[in-house]
Design a protein around this ligand. Structure first.
Ligand code: ZN
Length: 286
């Protein structure tokens, strides 16, 4: 088998059967077909791609095109083929007919070919918001984002009263339309007395995961007058990310004061806002 035939054979093996079958029905008068990649295109690179189908005889066509290349520059394979005296036809293709040029292209083409006949994976992004507030009193630890922050007051609550974890938990339940933290972990249930809110967050992720949800990212803002929390932000992000089962890079935490206004501004309370983005696999026809 000469190099031209080998290349054509490899190309045919990677292309969707539908297109190859269509090519076999075309008249011999148009032996060289350029399958233009039509919309929808996943990337600009794919939009620009073309795929050559050599109907008959592949080896002779390739040899003629390669020989014609010696005559000067050409913009693409179609130009070479025309210079060699062959007719070129443009037919509508599909974005999965990627141009196979480098070894990396082969990996992509084989992945596409391996997905043929499988149902497409369809996902649905879901967003949720959360809010929490606790009074600050003496004699309690101040737990924020799973980290104990040194202070003369701590948040009052049935659990460890971690406002970031509670706001993020509500955001996750909200995105999954599963109610709120009080519904799943009620403050009259002795199981949650002095519970770690990181653990509650872990349980919330397990509950939504059972319904096919995965957390893509969360972002939270904690509002308190004192103390400053900037030195603890990274540790909080790592702790919250660990409970969520995601990377710290997918967790945002910011600290703000309330400019001395209201109970938070007087240092009598701490609050947090959060937003969570979830993804869910859904049936293609759902
Ligand atoms: Zn709370």
């Amino acid at each position: 088998m000469n190099p031209g035939t080998a290349a054509a054979t490899a190309l045919f093996r990677l292309l969707p059967v539908k297109l190859v079958t269509a090519a076999s029905r075309l008249p011999l008068a148009a032996p060289l077909i350029i399958a233009s990649v039509a919309a929808p295109c996943a990337t600009t690179a794919l939009c620009d791609s073309t795929v050559m189908l050599f109907a008959l005889p592949a080896a002779a066509l390739l040899a003629a095109a390669i020989a014609a290349a010696a005559g000067g520059t050409a913009t693409d394979e179609a130009a070479l083929a025309e210079r060699a005296g062959h007719a070129v036809r443009i037919v509508e293709g599909e974005w999965t007919n990627i141009k196979v040029t480098t070894p990396a292209d082969l990996v992509t083409a084989e992945a596409i070919a391996g997905r043929e006949g499988q149902a497409p994976v369809v996902t649905a992004a879901r967003v949720g918001t959360g809010y929490d507030l606790h009074r600050l009193i003496e004699g309690r630890p101040l737990v924020i984002g799973g980290i104990v922050v040194p202070h003369d007051r701590g948040a009052l609550g049935h659990s460890d009263a971690d406002v970031i974890c509670h706001a993020v938990t509500d955001a996750i339940f909200g995105a999954a339309s599963l109610g709120d933290i009080g519904r799943h972990f009620p403050d009259h249930d002795p199981r949650w007395k002095d519970a770690s809110s990181l653990d509650l967050l872990r349980r919330a992720v397990a509950l939504v995961a059972a319904r096919g949800f995965v957390v893509l990212n969360v972002d939270a803002t904690v509002v308190l007058e004192r103390p400053k929390i900037k030195d603890y932000i990274d540790a909080m992000r790592t702790a919250v990310a660990g409970a969520l089962g995601i990377d710290p890079g997918q967790v945002g935490i910011k600290g703000k004061t309330n400019e001395g206004v209201d109970a938070v501004g007087r240092g009598e309370a701490i609050a947090a806002h959060a937003v969570a983005l979830l993804d869910q696999k859904v049936e293609p026809d759902a």
